[in-house]
Design a protein. Sequence first.
Length: 509
Amino acid sequence: DAELAELAAQIQAAPASWSATPLVPGAQAAGPAVEVTNPADRRVRVGEWLAADAATVERALANAVVAQPGWDATPVASRATILEHAADLLEQRMPQFIALCTREAGKTIPDGVAEVREAVDFLRYYAGQARSAFVPEALPGPTGESNALQLAGRGVFVCISPWNFPLAIFAGQIAAALAAGNSVIAKPAEQTTLVGFEAVKLLHEAGIPKDVLQYLPGDGATVGAALTSDPRVAGVAFTGSTDTARAINRAMAARDAAIGVLIAETGGQNALIADSSALPEQLVKDALASAFTSAGQRCSAARVLLVQADIADKVVGMIAGAMAELTVGDPALLSTDVGPVIDTDAKCLLDEHAARMQGTATFIAEAPLGAGTEHGTFFAPRAWELASIDQLTRENFGPALHVIRFRADQLDAVVDAINATGFGLTLGIHSRIDETVERIVQRAKVGNIYVNRNQIGAVVGVQPFGGQNQSGTGPKAGGPHYLPRFATEKTVTINTTAAGGNASLLTLG
Ligand code: UN1
């Protein structure tokens, strides 16, 4: 429609070249420039960035330690107002951020819109929540005493974010950490440093002091490991692979320091269970949306469709038919359904998986690659049929769907097999039988369950998002328990009968 066409024109008009550096007051300019190219066409240069070196990391930590008490002492309403102002600015500059998400991360325009919207939602949600959560809570106690429980920032928080949500998850982690009174060092994924840089500059413009929020693009060893092993870091928020989360956990545990807090959102092996009462059209539409939106590069994406044998032939045939209609190509075009994968490494892993499937699975379909995709890192969406979920030994982070048939009497075994993957993030259920839905909901050890709809795109404050087991530590992002995890609790008990000076403290209670 006209509005979308107007947006597409504004996206087109965004600057052709971008650059990023560490944002660390007092640090020298850092090392050699890294070039960024467009995932849809690797010949197209998007910009360049400078990685932080060890001295810059050290400077950032020192700054963050000094800055934190002042930020923590800033009234929570002021902190929240700044974050809300940042949300307004982000909304105003939506086209520019969508352009960056498309050119640096290969996001389609609808994904780009959702990305900016989610970042705005996170900023407003945690700001709003902080306003009430940080008011000291009076607790009942004996006469002559006042007791209050209050939240405070933990200290220096490190936020390590993924390339698949380079703005939304990036801004969400930072917003919660800042709202709670922490100083923040943000380390973006190396694949998406330009988006992160623009977001941090916007937060500074909104009023976050430059030493309270610092930006450290760089690699996992020089920046990530140096930060997470440092005793000055009170907590880490991380979204990415389960293996990296384990490495961070080990690094933090090995420090001769306070026991830090790790908030990790990690991988999945997400299933969609469909019994014979499912509506096939709805099922196939939702399965494909869940598996192939964002080129399958969501930790929430459906990887396995477990379908009751009675309807399996029909569903498999419809999947093949629908996949033939997918438009795979330039994400900057409104007509595109599936864009590129993030980089050559991602494509290689998917190609490896496809080669493995060739020998062990039954091929169902491959979506046709569109014109002009030969210079990008594209992986044609594919579907195979497997005998068992055990054939999937890792999370395949891309547009790859696997179908498995089951008999009606195997329903509990199906859920147990999903649980046995060790992951527990999203689960889709397609069934029109309430008892079946309830039975699966009760038995499944997963974080987010979606019934008779797609299983991606959790909305902030509406569908708190996060998994269990190897899918993450919780608490769920965009839910009521996330922000308090970034804070520490202080219980203040005052003897109100004591003579003298502490009467003014009574306002606490
Ligand atoms: C991720 O893909 O890293 O519900 C997590 C969704 C998103 C997933 C975010 N919130 O699709």
